[in-house]
Design a binder for this molecule. Structure first.
Ligand code: SAM
Length: 285
């Protein structure tokens, strides 16, 4: 069955009485080249166990099953389970897990369902859960890589070069754990129903060790988040608001210690800059 053919999809979903739910980010791919390209971009092979989030009717799942040792797919919408039972019947290396990817322990799931395989993630993510799901995946050290289709603008932001104005605190947090790269764009017309915005494939590869020596990680990320708290203000103003226990003068002195001009904005700093700044701030705490 060609799961990306619009008429086949309509007939399949009609037979199961399925209607799309916007709040679950249900936009299914309708160009077979796209799931094939995303699956190839994951670089999965038979030694890999792939975790997929949101299989829909299974067009990407089927592509992944052709490459990986095993595919475990979490689907929130119970109405899709009988559809998947039909479409995934030919694949003996696919297991569908009913549930919410945000509530499940993904590391434990990978350990239980993908033993002896190298766990990685590949998915066409529901737009509304992009940030919490990427957070969960980056925090689960077992996943070597995460290859996901998401909103183009979000993908660009997460792969923005450090020190450019395109990123934010979450970009830096993600890049601390993983190397990120936008691989290719997917226009809205390649989905049914078509979303309002275009998408892009982001590939994140886990770093052997974090990008910088952060020292006290909790304090380091307080500083990073604090730098973006008042985004239109200077770094000194934003940090003074975010770290009220420090006082403005101590913040300014720490910036000086690091050779950062008083007018600098948080978005101009790289992870290296933040590591030096967090150390300087801690000294003055
Ligand atoms: N993989 C299919 C494709 O590429 O055509 C469907 C992708 S569609 C963008 C997102 C899918 O994620 C839907 O099947 C939706 O029901 C499911 N979903 C939404 N929220 C979820 C969650 N919290 N956990 C697991 N699946 C979820």
């Amino acid at each position: 069955m060609n799961l990306c053919d619009r008429e086949t999809l309509r007939a399949l979903l009609g037979r199961h009485g399925f209607h799309f739910t916007k709040s679950m980010g249900q936009n299914f791919l309708i160009d077979p080249d796209v799931p094939a390209a995303i699956s190839a971009a994951s670089r999965a092979d038979r030694t890999c166990g792939v975790l997929e989030i949101g299989p829909g009717v299974g067009c990407l799942t089927a592509e992944l099953a052709g490459r990986a040792g095993k595919v475990v797919s979490i689907e929130l919408d119970k109405r899709l389970l009988p559809v998947l039972a039909e479409t995934m019947a030919p694949y003996d290396n696919v297991e569908i897990i009913p549930g919410d990817a945000l509530r499940l322990d993904l590391q434990a799931l990978a350990a239980e369902k993908l033993p002896g395989l190298r766990p990685l993630v590949c998915a066409n993510l529901p737009y509304n859960i992009t940030t919490p799901v990427l957070t969960k995946l980056a925090e689960a050290p077992c996943f070597e890589s995460v290859t996901v289709l998401l909103q183009k603008e979000v993908a660009r932001r997460l792969a923005a070069p450090q020190g450019s104005s395109d990123g934010g605190a979450f970009t830096l947090w993600l890049q601390y754990h993983m190397e990120t790269e936008v691989l290719f764009d997917v226009p809205a017309a390649k989905f049914f129903p078509a979303p309002k915005v275009d998408s892009a494939v982001l590939r994140c590869v886990r770093r052997v060790k974090p990008a910088v020596e952060a020292g006290d990680e909790a304090f380091f990320f307080r500083v990073v988040r604090g730098a973006f708290l008042l985004r239109r203000k200077t770094l000194a103003n934003s940090l003074a608001a975010a770290l009220p226990e420090m006082g403005r003068e101590a913040v300014q002195a720490a910036l000086e210690d690091c050779g950062l001009p008083p007018s600098v904005r948080g978005e101009r700093l790289t992870l290296e800059d933040f590591a030096r700044l967090a150390a300087a701030l801690r000294k003055r705490l």
